[in-house]
Design a protein around this ligand. Structure first.
Ligand code: F58
Length: 850
């Protein structure tokens, strides 16, 4: 731990202390005891682990609040331009260690805890993850908040305080079961409830119109109203006093209960309103396959966006009164995917209906303050709301959207006036915001992505290839009209959580080598590790750290599965949401192939096999049957392999349950190899690939998403002779060939090894299931037609797996590469991403508390 302290002392740089709170171990100890006693009524003599955790957290929250208030005071005084990151998801994970380390208070807090009889790391595990997100998109939002705070950028996150976050995944008899994530039972010491910050949010009802002269006044008379109450979650920056804020909204009834009904003796319906109001923020993304589910999701989106915009406008008006033309100089709203897009209509509604601006002025302001990020081209994820649903819940907004659409189409008429008539009309139809459902022409839909593109000044993808693809596919026509609107912002991840705090030994070694901890906020400095890749002594230390991290993961595997694994084996990892396009199935096929190969070997031949421990983890959406089949297959194949005495010393396969941020923090630092094997053109970016690279895990992947840019950086650090792909294990078809290959898949001649494995699965070799639907999805052209081209990539995938084995046998080279991975990972810090957003989209400048 001493080494770790050395990078906590801020390089001797002095900085102004705004914090008055003493932080010596004795004071912290007595402070924590006071919290235990006064906040939770605990007994000083019997501080349970939970009480100790809570006491500590409450104490830390005071530090955070002090800093947050100083930050907000400065920002209020200077009135800089702010960015508001609107996101239905923030996948924050745990806060305790992240806070302590960001505030550079590790030593006194660890000591204070020792006095209480606890170890800080052990205690940290008492905290429930804040899992207010599904996957990459939600975690990206969390990394962005970290970067914004660290870089002193004036900005807040705005989202939903779900009572139940991402479900807990339990595996029962090989099958995924979803259990509600009851994360708030013990309270949440990291948030501050703000009963003073409340806004009404309305739904339903009808419109009343009065015409005076040429002016039409529209009044929305809703038939349902709830209250949005704020919770503030302070976001510590690293190596700065600045502390950001994530404001999450909870939905409450306007009246605790209906007194009328109560008095009439109808006790049950007296509580109805309460239940209905609270349902809005109760669960993260409820199943949207039923109309009720759909309606609730739209309500969630409108709920948090409306509260956020009202909040921002209220603060703006305090300073600038009604000078709304100044708004674009003071505020920018980043839409994290289409989920908050209804904000575009809400802004028009607030400016026109509430503030009395005329349409042109309101629309002009609106298009100057919104910017939109797209995260996927998967059609099922591109939100389209039935006009019927939208009109029922948001009649005024539906009307506003129709007006926007009419004006948009009129604009296109003019803009495309050179085009032949039929062609022009087709283009206009393709770009319409409100259009018929392609499967049911009777039904009209609001295309939220189209609304977002029309209403925003900038549209960006999340990796270069993805930004290029959206310009030539889903937004092709729009790109033709507004070429300059489109940008790329390659994703990034916070090196603090994903390297410095989750892999402290590696961070210490890096700091020792570079002689500074500057790299933690200036990741390009990691390039300084390059010469160390050639230093045998350093490589030894590097391997020792990896080995220790593998011991830690080994212990976790034992805890979760009861099995011991050999930590000298290669740890081969694939962790991400389970989805057909991410191709966990392909991974399992190669594990089966490996199993077959080992089975066919003589004992002598087996001596040359590279032992592997394969780990897969991730959640499947509750209604996604094919993804759930994949989980069952991993379990069944794992059971066969892990209990086979001829094979289990050379190969293991585990599915680790309940993948979340905290589990990722243990897995990633321990990976030797990580797999990012989506069909080229399907994964927008990926972000775990960046986390693995930072932690020196070699990458086996396709030329997809950010893998491509990772490969470019790894090539660049090797010098001018290296080609993109050198140093990684790359395989698979090219994104540009995918459409053609899909058409030709029927004629594709599958590899004999593929056929053999399919037969094995179908025969019921693994468990008592034959996985028919799953097998058909990649073989039977009448059912599944192998949309993600597993068969096409199968043979090259096996070849590249052989290359992996060969490379592993040359450990010097393997470790050399591992060091070069970390050395070349600087680009993928979220600090870089955020500074590009700040400069190229938001026009927001840092403002640091002195
Ligand atoms: C992910 N999207 C992309 N969506 O798949 C990934 O390539 C990218 O790196 C990441 O965003 C960040 O840009 C993603 O995570 C979701 O989780 C949706 C949320 C709403 C429900 C459907 C899934």
């Amino acid at each position: 731990r001493l080494d770790v302290v050395s990078f906590r002392n801020n390089n001797g740089r002095k900085r102004a202390e705004t914090s008055k709170k003493p932080t010596d171990p004795e004071t912290v100890h007595s402070d924590v005891l006071a919290k235990v006693e006064f906040n939770s009524g605990g007994n000083r003599g019997q501080v349970t682990a939970l009480l100790a955790y809570q006491g500590l957290a409450w104490n830390l929250r005071e530090h955070l609040m002090e800093r947050m208030i100083a930050t907000q005071n400065l920002w209020r005084e200077k009135d800089p331009k702010f960015v508001y990151y609107l996101s239905a998801e923030f996948l924050m994970g745990r806060s305790l260690l992240n806070t302590i380390q960001n505030l550079e208070l590790y030593e006194p807090y660890a000591q204070a805890l020792k006095m209480l009889g606890y170890n800080l790391e052990t205690l940290a595990e008492k905290e429930r993850d804040a899992s207010l997100g599904n996957g990459g998109l939600g975690r990206l939002a969390a990394c962005f908040l970290d970067a914004m705070a660290t870089m002193n950028l004036p900005g807040w996150g705005y989202g939903i305080r779900y009572k139940y976050g991402m479900f807990k995944q339990i595996i029962k008899d090989g099958e995924q079961m979803e259990v509600p994530d009851v994360w708030l039972t013990d309270g949440n010491p990291w948030e501050v409830r703000r009963p003073d910050v409340v806004f009404p949010v309305s739904f339903g009802g009808k419109l009343k119109k009065t015409v005076t002269g040429s002016h039409e006044l529209v009044e929305w008379i809703p038939d349902e109203q709830v209250i949005a109450m704020a919770y503030d979650v302070p976001i510590p920056g690293f190596n700065t006093q600045n502390t950001g804020n994530l404001r999450l909204w909870e939905s409450l009834p306007v009246n605790e209960f209906d007194l009328d009904a109560f008095n009439k003796g109808d006790i049950l319906s007296a509580y109805n309103e309460k239940g209905r109001a609270e349902a809005i923020t109760s669960v993260l993304y409820p199943n949207d396959s039923t109309p009720e589910g759909k309606a609730l999701r739209l309500k969630q989106q409108y709920f948090f966006v409306s509260a956020s915009l009202q909040d921002v406008l209220a603060r703006f008006k305090k300073v600038h009164g009604n000078q709304f033309d100044l708004l674009p100089e003071k505020a920018c709203f980043q839409l994290n995917d289409t989920h908050p897009t209804i904000g575009i209509a809400e802004m028009v509604h607030l400016l026109v209906d509430k503030e009395g601006l005329d349409w042109e002025a309101a629309w002009g302001i609106t298009t100057k303050v919104f910017a939109f990020t797209n995260h996927t081209i998967m059609p099922e994820a591109l939100e389209k709301w039935p006009v019927k649903v939208m009109r029922e819940f948001l009649p005024r907004h539906m009307e506003i959207i129709e007006t926007i659409d009419t004006q948009w189409q009129a604009f296109l008429e003019e803009k495309l006036s050179e085009m032949p008539k039929a062609e022009k009309q087709a283009a206009i139809d393709r770009m319409a915001i409100v259009h018929p459902n392609q499967w049911n022409k009777e039904e009209m839909l609001v295309n939220m992505a189209h609304l977002a593109v029309v209403g925003s000044h900038t549209v960006n993808g999340v990796a270069q290839i993805h930004s290029d693809i959206i310009k030539s596919t889903i937004f092709k026509d729009f790109h033709g009209v507004f070429p300059l609107k489109f940008q790329n912002k390659t994703n990034g991840v916070t090196p603090r959580r994903w390297l410095v705090f989750s892999n402290t030994d590696l961070a210490t070694l890096i700091t020792e080598a570079l002689g500074t901890q500057e790299w933690m906020t200036n990741c390009k400095l990691l390039e300084g590790l390059k010469p160390f890749a050639e230093d045998a002594e350093f490589r030894k230390k590097w391997s020792a750290v990896k080995r220790k991290n593998k011991e830690r993961l080994g212990a976790k595997i034992r805890e979760l599965t009861g099995d011991d694994v050999d930590t000298s084996s290669m740890f081969d990892i694939q962790i991400k949401r389970i989805h057909e396009y991410k191709r966990q199935f392909l991974n399992v096929l190669s594990v089966i192939r490996r199993y077959n190969t080992i089975k066919a070997m003589t004992p002598e031949e087996r001596k040359s096999v590279v032992p592997r421990v394969c780990v897969i983890a991730g959640k499947a959406a509750s209604s996604y049957e094919r993804a759930k089949d994949i989980i069952r297959l991993v379990g069944a194949v794992g059971d066969t392999i892990n209990t086979d005495p001829e094979v289990r010393d050379l190969l293991r396969l585990y599915f680790l349950p309940d993948y979340n941020v905290s589990l990722a923090e243990v897995i990633i630092p321990a990976a030797d190899l990580s797999q990012h094997i989506s069909t080229a053109g399907t994964e927008a970016s990926g972000t775990s690939n960046m986390k693995f690279q930072m932690n020196g895990s070699l990458i086996l992947g396709t030329m997809d998403g950010a893998n491509i840019e990772i490969a470019e950086e790894i090539a660049a650090i090797q010098g001018p002779d290296a080609k993109v792909g050198d140093g990684l294990f790359i395989f698979g078809v090219d994104a540009k060939d995918v459409p053609k290959l899909r058409k030709e898949r029927k004629e594709f001649k599958t590899d004999p090894r593929w056929d053999e494995i399919m037969d094995m699965i179908k025969k019921g070799t693994f468990g008592n299931d034959k996985f028919e639907a799953l097998v058909d999805s990649v073989n039977d052209m009448t059912v599944g037609n192998d949309w993600f081209l597993l068969a096409n990539d199968f043979a090259t995938y096996l070849d590249v797996q052989d290359e992996v084995d060969a490379m592993w046998k040359n450990q010097d080279e393997w470790v050399r590469r591992s060091i070069l991975y970390t050395a070349s990972s600087g680009k993928f810090s979220s600090d870089r991403t955020i500074s590009q957003y700040a400069e190229e989209i938001w026009d927001v400048q840092p403002l640091a508390v002195a």
